[in-house]
Design a protein around this ligand. Structure first.
Ligand SMILES: Nc1ncnc2c1ncn2[C@@H]1O[C@H](COP(=O)(O)OP(=O)(O)OP(=O)(O)O)[C@@H](O)[C@H]1O
Ligand SMILES: C[C@@](O)(CCO)CC(=O)[O-]
Ligand SMILES: [Mg+2]
Length: 389
């Protein structure tokens, strides 16, 4: 088999604080994860078809180029994409073989691909026939930003193929990243893809996947945030399936019914993000003396923030009995956990102190695994979207 024309990858993310509230313009804090989605594009010069292979969701689908070309819109700003019109969206649904109410994994993944392929192809006119193969180390639909990693990798791959952004030539097989302006373009397309999967995303997940590292994010404003990388966390996947789109809509419905109750809850969640930001900045301060004398005090605050945030997320309706189970097991061992991502099942994070004893981590891990959950210690702050040569 020939070498792929383009290979790109994009990381998942973990949200420390601020999920859901960030959709309402409140601050959130998140970091990239060392689990990535890879996209390989193989050109098929003698073919007239485009194939999308998504082994993680057991999907492979082929279209004729002419059918894709017929659906493409006429007015696309490649550097500043906008959401599809109703007519264009209906054409994408016809190509995907789905209807507008479908929220299943396959329909959403197809829609995001078809939107980006046809739109980017529309103006660039250079996306040839090919085989697109995307696979991930991230569990899909578990709160670790699998949809954003998928959309970011698709955007980077398609924009590179069509020369909308500058192709990266790594030396000696090294991975490379794009310049800031090209990353902004990738991020804008990934955000539009996320809109099709999530309905109303804040943009935090695609921003982390694009730029990597740790960020604080508020209303589209991104600030890099170095001191998060020092945190040690365990991730727990309850394996309870859920959809971010459905959960975000559920919070919206509760907000619309009870705005005066929801507003202060969202404000409290934002205060948690702000307090976390301050604590992490102080914890990351180079003054070793301060760190040694007061580290415990800072961790006590972070642990309290984790506990309060988990209660507030339950209050806005995104908890789940499996996540309560994680909290009750971790608290028995003196550890603190909260859901991460959209909730409703999926993943929780457990905050560890630098001096949390290995046998405590072992015991809590065993007990969580006995419940059928996946548990692993993770490195945060991985690099953003990259091209591999
Ligand atoms: N590896 C993959 N292959 C194909 N589609 C994927 C893949 N990963 C994610 N997706 C698409 O993203 C959807 C999951 O997105 P969703 O936003 O619900 O979960 P998430 O992004 O993992 O969690 P969160 O948004 O809470 O971080 C899947 O239903 C599918 O459409
Ligand atoms: C639940 C949410 O806040 C995070 C999902 O990872 C949705 C979003 O910000 O788009
Ligand atoms: Mg998502």
């Amino acid at each position: 088999m020939s070498d792929p024309e383009v290979v790109v990858s994009a990381p998942g993310k973990v949200i420390l604080f601020g999920e859901h509230a960030v959709v309402y313009g409140r601050k959130a804090i998140a970091s990239s994860l060392d689990l990535r989605t890879h996209l390989e594009v193989h050109l098929l010069p003698d073919s007239t078809s485009v194939t999308l292979e998504l082994p993680d969701i057991h999907l492979s689908k082929t279209w004729q180029m002419a059918d894709l070309a017929a659906a493409r819109p006429t007015d696309v700003d490649l550097k500043n994409p906008s959401p599809p019109s109703d007519q264009y969206l209906a054409a994408l649904h016809r190509l995907a073989g789905t209807d507008a109410d479908n929220t299943d994994a396959r329909s959403l993944a197809l829609l995001a691909f078809l939107y980006m392929y046809t739109s980017i192809h529309a103006t660039a006119r250079r996306c040839p026939a090919g085989r697109f193969h995307a696979s991930s180390q991230l569990p899909p639909g578990a709160g670790l930003g699998s949809s954003a990693a998928y959309c970011t990798a698709l955007a980077a791959g398609l924009l590179t193929m069509c020369d909308v952004i500058t192709r990266q030539e790594g030396k000696n097989g090294a991975d490379t990243a794009w310049c800031k302006d090209d990353l902004e373009v990738i991020n804008s397309w990934a955000f539009q893809g996320e809109r099709l999967i999530h309905g109303n995303p804040s943009g935090i997940d695609n921003s982390v996947s694009t730029f990597g590292g740790a960020i604080s994010f508020k209303s589209g404003e991104i600030s890099a945030f170095k001191s998060v990388a020092q945190l040690k966390i365990l991730l727990v996947n309850t394996k309870v399936p859920r959809s971010t789109k459905v959960l975000v809509q559920g919070v919206r419905d509760r907000y619309n019914r009870l705005p005066a109750i929801m507003e202060p809850v969202l404000n409290s969640i934002e205060e948690i993000s702000c307090t976390c930001e301050k604590v992490l900045q102080e914890l990351g301060s180079p003054t070793v003396e301060i760190k040694e004398n007061t580290q415990g005090k800072y961790y006590q605050v972070l642990e309290e923030l984790v506990d309060i945030c988990q209660c507030l997320l339950n209050a806005i309706g995104v908890g789940h009995p499996s996540l309560d189970k994680v909290s009750s097991i971790t608290s028995k061992h003196g550890l603190h956990s909260k859901l991460t991502g959209a909730g409703g099942g999926g993943c929780a994070l457990v905050l560890l102190r630098p001096d949390t004893a290995a046998d405590v981590i072992d015991k809590v891990t065993t007990e969580l695994r006995d419940c059928g959950f996946d548990v692993w210690e993770t490195a945060i702050g991985a690099r953003g979207v990259s091209q591999h040569s």
